[in-house]
Design a protein around this ligand. Sequence first.
Ligand code: AMP
Ligand code: ZN
Length: 136
Amino acid sequence: MKKEDCIFCRIAGGEIPSKTLYEDEKFRVILDLGPATRGHALILPKEHYADLYELPEDTAAEAMRLAKKMAGIMAGKLHADGFNLVQNNGEAAGQTVMHFHLHLIPRYKNDGQHILWKPQTVSQEELEEIQKQITE
Ligand code: AMP
Ligand code: ZN
């Protein structure tokens, strides 16, 4: 299903033009309009899924296969020194467009970006409690 008022549905479907790097039946890969670095791109499924939780498993697998293929091509052609895959789910995690997308971010030495977090401390007891909470 497409969503009428979803900008990524409209871009993925070709209704709104974009700088497309790749397209097939299920996905469109576009250049991000607010790039973190030179070549920052987004993998968009053509169907509307709000986030990773809604994404069917086979589509998730296909998206990751496509990410690997695009990362290889982009890193080579753009002479990137590194590469980040980023995928945000929910406002608390920084998601601003509620249509699943996978960020492809080529990295360059001294590009001035920080896709990192500030490590916190955690005790063995806390780790055990978290492990139990997730696995039991
Ligand atoms: P997120 O914060 O993970 O939801 O990422 C949304 C991304 O979409 C941001 O990197 C935006 O720069 C990008 N973006 C928003 N609107 C457009 C658009 N019309 N075309 C291309 N990229 C967009
Ligand atoms: Zn959508």
